[in-house]
Design a protein around this ligand. Structure first.
Ligand code: F6P
Length: 464
């Protein structure tokens, strides 16, 4: 990208301004999209546009509020409560989210939700258009804003326009459940470049385009109805150094604060997820229960730490998921606890990155077992944080991360017995095998970083 081309990032969620400052950003818990895009913003500067996260009871304002943070400008708009409920809680989280994660039985199809989604995409485009300058490179992120490019083109934007999908893309049969599948896919052809996380998601997307639109696909370019866009795979990553910094010896480690023993004869299994039904937390807890049933020697000798950060707490399916997890934790703890030992420590809150790094490092096994996941950066963070006596990563074959972290212990999270066996294997794995696997995975984590991801995408977008 030429240095005079400003990068303009658009995403539904925009981080709080403190999360942009390199000094403070280690202390801020932020989601996968924000943590990766933030790196590009900190390095290149530019404008980041999105929803403030707030809602007003009145009609929302179309005027963005702009904060100048030096190299980076944050521009946000508010939504009304109705808009949040129809667009974000409704269409984004109850229609697109389960659809894109291959869970058709959870998909809610309602025309009013789709209309609100289209309206908010238009509203984003109108507010953004006023801030754009010739030469800007506009990079739109994720499923909340599929139609934004089309709206910007309608408003006359002729400059570079890219789109990256952070979540999976399902098979054409599943995507066709959406009554507006064709319109949604056509909207992607307004972009110059569309990126996804893995080869498999790219194949699924092209197959859907083929099914829904009468077009051609040659040399990575799909053309239909007089429009064409280039499609590619861009594996997202982390900045490994953030998880490799030495801990501050003056403060107690998070495990110590939780009074969890890090002694060699006591094992720690760790799960870190947003509390989301795609993360497979109940299945993982059942696998732990199976492990304790089958291998009683581990009773009293292993603690499973589950960190679940609250997420989308107003969406009914997330409320149900939380209730299910609460119940299962209570059931397993009630069944196995003994004097001085509770098998599961369950923390329903977020942790800042530097504390997560210490938790990863102290864990013997990291469980990253989503039912489906675009990439899953926790898997990469876990690997980056390991040192000379590394822990073992148990990873779902249905996460994007499994396409590059092939040296993890790969599991099918639906197979409870198989996952329990994988945990057992991971707990007993010898040092040389742990080191070999970790070093191969570290190479993969260092190869696909947040920096290389944003550089590759913006370079290709500039060249389209
Ligand atoms: O992975 C998809 C994603 O939308 C990310 O952008 C984000 O990290 C996460 O889900 C959190 O979702 P929300 O913005 O709804 O809290």
């Amino acid at each position: 990208m030429r240095s005079n081309n400003r990068l303009v990032v658009v995403s539904n969620r925009v981080p709080p301004s403190e999360a942009i400052s390199p000094e403070r950003s280690r202390d801020m818990p932020v989601g996968g999209l924000v943590s990766a895009v933030k790196v590009a913003m900190q390095q290149k500067g530019g404008l980041w546009f999105g929803w403030s996260g707030g809602s007003t009871q009145r009609r929302s304002s179309d005027q963005p509020e702009v904060k100048d943070l030096g190299g980076v400008k944050l521009a946000t708009i508010d939504l009304s409560e109705d808009e949040v409920s129809l667009f974000y809680t409704g269409y984004a989280n109850r229609t697109l989210w389960p659809l894109l994660h291959f869970l058709p039985s959870r998909v809610i199809i309602r025309r009013d939700l789709y209309r609100a989604y289209r309206r908010i995409n238009r509203k984003f485009a109108e507010a953004l258009c006023a801030l754009l300058e010739p030469g800007d490179i506009v990079w739109v992120h994720d499923f909340h804003l599929f139609h934004l490019g089309q709206e910007l083109r309608r408003l006359g934007w002729e400059g570079k326009l890219g789109f990256f999908l952070h979540v999976p893309f399902p098979s054409a049969d599943i995507f066709s459940i959406l009554p507006w599948a064709g319109d949604t896919l056509k909207s992607l052809l307004s972009y110059d470049l569309v990126g996804v996380q893995t080869e498999r998601y790219l194949r699924n997307l092209i197959d859907s385009l083929d099914t829904e639109l009468d077009g051609t696909y040659t040399d990575g370019v799909f053309t239909a109805e007089g429009l064409s866009a280039k499609f590619g795979v861009y594996e997202i990553g982390i900045e490994p150094s953030i998880f490799q910094q030495a801990p501050d010896d003056r403060v107690r480690s998070p495990m110590e604060k939780l009074s969890i023993s890090t002694a060699p004869d006591h094992k720690i299994i760790l799960g870190v997820d947003r509390l989301d039904y795609t993360k497979g937390i109940p299945q993982r807890l059942r696998a732990l229960e199976r492990l304790l049933e089958l291998h009683s020697a581990f009773r009293g000798r292993v603690t499973y730490v589950q960190i679940s950060s609250p997420s989308r707490t107003r969406v009914p399916e997330y409320i149900q998921e939380k209730e299910q997890v609460d119940r299962l934790v209570g059931h397993i703890n009630g069944r196995f606890s003994e004097a001085g030992w509770v098998p599961i420590r369950y923390l329903y809150r977020s942790f800042p990155q530097h504390e997560l790094a210490e938790l990863y490092r102290d864990a013997d096994v990291g469980m990253v077992t989503p039912l489906r996941d675009g990439m899953n950066l926790v898997a990469k963070e876990f690997v980056a944080a390991q040192r000379d006596d590394p822990g073992v990563l148990v990873l779902s074959r249905f996460s994007g991360a499994a396409s590059s972290l092939v040296d993890a212990v790969i599991v099918n999270p639906y197979d409870i017995d198989g996952t329990a066996e994988a945990m057992y294997r991971a707990l007993r794995m010898g040092l040389s095998e742990r080191k070999r696997r970790c070093s191969a995975m570290m190479d993969a984590v260092n190869k696909h970083t947040a920096t290389s991801w944003s550089e590759a995408f913006t370079r290709d977008l500039s060249e389209t």
